[in-house]
Design a protein around this ligand. Sequence first.
Ligand code: CP3
Length: 339
Amino acid sequence: MKPENDLILRAARGEKTERVPVWLMRQAGRILPEYRAIRNKLSSFNELVETPELAAEVTLQPVDILGVDAAIIFSDILVVPEAMGVGYKMVKGKGPVFHSTVTTQAEADKLRIADPGSELKYVTDAIRIVKKELNGRVPLIGFAGAPWTIFAYMAEGSGSKTFSAARKILYQNPALAQDVLNKVTETTISYLKAQIEAGADLVQVFDSWAGILPEQQYKQFALPAIERICEAIDEVPVTVFAKGAYGAFDALANLPCRTLGVDWNMNIQDCRKAAGNKTLQGNLDPCLLYAPDEDLVAGTQKMVSAFGKDKYIANLGHGVYPDTDPQKVKLFIETIKTL
Ligand code: CP3
């Protein structure tokens, strides 16, 4: 079924839209008290992610409460390493902590290429529920982490400022890194295809840790994996968000994807020039949502004039921060909608 509000899909395909579509990275969870209420009743983050009815409910919250132009399925990029055999738990105040890491060939050999039909069925089940409840109101975004970002967590075993355990492997044992990246890529392709099959109308690949690699290593290890994913997914438009990948932006512009994410440090005009015919998505500084209303409105308007209204999807330059006031988010969305 074609969604009633298909602004995001049309913008992603490069078609004209009556107005600029808007959604926020990390809009599900994090900021809404309605999310906290559900989350606090459960013993763990994983329980929420793995219970399709609840994951569906929190996916729909931002559509109902904030009025965004798309839903994004509530899950996490870390369900992929989990399905491949390296599980994690989400620790309050610390973030993800893995039960094991992947830093040796023996550990890499143990990784499974996951079958999304079984190991990730809870995600596709949640997507089917969301699609039913959305009933065509707005499109649903599926997602996965980019292989480099997933590898970074697998090698590190937790979040990190430097991901130096993962980066060390690129220098000391590039063959091991390549082997793991290949396995993650294969899993990610079948995982995204399963999400699309279940009803995802477009998909986004998050390369959250793109910016910590030197350009040459980004092009050697990270980019080919994303390229394979883009080549494999031709059913729906693909968005690639490689945060901080300044040196590689020209190369990203050559990927067979429709939309490129832009973070708040990237120069909008430079990105436009590089992106050619592609659609751009971004890039409001998430901290501008802490500013007085008039500054937020002015900054939002300035952003849209810099991007232009065509081939554009309004968003933040990264995920919304947990302590953001939902009223500010509503103001941001309203500002975009009334431009
Ligand atoms: O609204 C949405 O975007 C859908 C849900 C979503 C989550 N994680 C839920 C979540 C999405 C798209 C993600 C992606 C994700 N997860 C990324 C890529 C995007 C980015 O922000 O760069 C990354 C790097 C992760 C890994 C991750 N998940 C970390 C480091 C953490 C801890 C810190 C944090 O972000 O809160 C998480 C936890 C997480 N994932 C929460 C939510 C709602 C908070 C945990 C909780 O509510 O208990």
